[in-house]
Design a binder for this molecule. Structure first.
Ligand SMILES: Nc1ncnc2c1ncn2[C@@H]1O[C@H](COP(=O)(O)OP(=O)(O)OP(=O)(O)O)[C@@H](O)[C@H]1O
Ligand SMILES: [Mg+2]
Length: 400
């Protein structure tokens, strides 16, 4: 390479770093100015009356008792009603002795939203689902704690869950963490990052992980000689964090690499997004067709898979489009009862929210640069989808 060209690519590389940092700085400044760095989910008393296990009588009694014990509830903007936080709702449930998911269930549910076709909404659906499960009004009583493990060096899930970690060199990516075989304490204190929604965390990814993927076995032989390279995710992360989370979702890139093989080994459930377009559906059929072969391949590598179910769901779906309805019929014929009943709809809202590095749930109405009514409709869609996933997967973990 000529020296002048070398100088050119180095200059562009430095500029790219600066541009990336400026982009994140700008979005952070906007969010700080609007007070929207974190999602604050608040409820009025009347909203609480309608939640599972609660009623008007129960809410009035518990809030009154809490106030007698010295608790101060925030008032809403007009100073008349109350503005009850998610934490306060959880306290009310605790006082009522309503058992949470982790009090009833043995293990967390490990799932991957997987498809080897690129751009089929794996990352956006993973992040939406994680935030949706945590914030669905009917699931608040479950107090679900959710971890997203980002194994895609593109880092889309990381960006949408914790955009500040997407700048500069991230040392403690999920992949680095796997190789370092850290203790549970180190994992929780140094690697796991909180997302904008309390209770939803992420183990991030960074572009540097791509260099590790291509030489995975070599790295594992050097750093983890006693662990099978295709069981590293399970042994070094999942097993250690299983008491901390109720759902662990893994996001992979569109490649059949060691990260995807580790994912296949450790998941209880595989959720396959199916966009209705002919090209995407065709490629998704290719993926579904090959899943048994992928499992044969990891078995030959000496690891036992834990898969209990495969579930498909329609995404980027327009119920008014005849072609999309035909595609759903085909998907139903293929998957039968393993096709989720709720589709994720096709909407610009996912892209608009991503512009401020948010999910459609974490984006604040103040920051949202689009039609607010559409946003509400899409949020409701994501919440229904999340509930459908919850209902489908909850049986995978045994009752205590
Ligand atoms: N329900 C949806 N409706 C419309 N657009 C969507 C929807 N979900 C995601 N998108 C858009 O589709 C594009 C691809 O989404 P995403 O990055 O999640 O796909 P992916 O499968 O993770 O891609 P990759 O294979 O590169 O990891 C993004 O531009 C995203 O904003
Ligand atoms: Mg992705």
């Amino acid at each position: 390479m000529e020296k002048s060209v070398r100088r050119q690519i180095e200059r562009i590389s430095r500029n790219a770093k600066k541009t990336k940092e400026a982009l994140v700085k700008q979005i952070k400044a906007d969010k700080e100015a609007n007070g929207t760095m974190r999602l604050e989910r608040n409820f009025s008393k009347t909203q609480l009356y309608k939640l599972p296990h609660l009623s008007k009588g129960i809410v009035e009694k518990e809030t009154e008792d809490m106030m007698k014990e010295g608790h101060v509830f925030r008032k809403n903007e007009n100073g008349i009603g109350y503005c009850i936080s998610l934490d306060e709702v959880l306290t009310i449930y605790k006082r009522r002795n309503i058992p949470t998911f982790r009090e009833r269930k043995e293990d967390p549910i490990i799932a991957a939203i997987a498809n080897l076709k690129g751009g089929v909404t794996k990352s956006v659906s993973t992040v939406s689902l994680a935030h949706g499960l945590r914030t669905h009004p009917s699931l608040i009583c479950e107090d679900l704690r959710i971890l997203v493990i980002d194994l895609d060096p593109q880092g889309t899930a990381t960006l949408l869950l914790s955009f500040e970690k997407s700048v500069g060199e991230v040392e403690d990516t999920a992949v680095q963490t796997m190789l370092h075989n850290l203790s549970k304490k180190e994992l929780m204190e140094e690697c796991v990052i909180a997302s904008a929604v309390d209770g939803v965390d992420v183990l991030p990814a960074n572009i540097g992980d791509a260099f590790i993927a291509s030489e995975w076995e070599k790295f594992c032989n050097e750093d983890l000689p006693n662990i099978n390279p295709y069981e590293v995710l399970y042994k070094t992360i999942i097993e250690k964090l299983k008491d901390e989370y109720d759902f662990i979702f893994i996001d992979n890139g569109p490649h059949l690499d060691a990260f995807l093989e580790n994912t296949l080994q450790c998941v209880d459930a595989m959720l396959v997004p199916l966009p209705p377009s002919n090209v995407d559906l065709h490629a998704s059929c290719n993926f579904l067709e090959r899943i048994p072969l992928m499992y044969d391949a990891i078995k030959e590598k000496g690891v036992e898979a834990r898969l209990q179910t495969l579930v498909g769901f329609m995404t980027k779906f327009d119920a008014k489009d005849e072609d999309d309805l035909d595609a759903r019929t085909m998907a139903k014929d293929m998957l039968g009862g393993n096709l989720l009943d709720v589709n994720i709809v096709d909407s610009k809202a996912f892209e608009v929210s991503a512009e401020t590095f948010d999910s459609v749930i974490s984006v604040s109405r103040k920051n949202y640069d689009g039609d607010k009514k559409t946003l509400k409709r899409i949020q409701d869609n994501v919440l229904s989808f999340s509930r459908s996933v919850f209902d489908h997967l909850k049986h995978l973990s045994e009752d205590k």
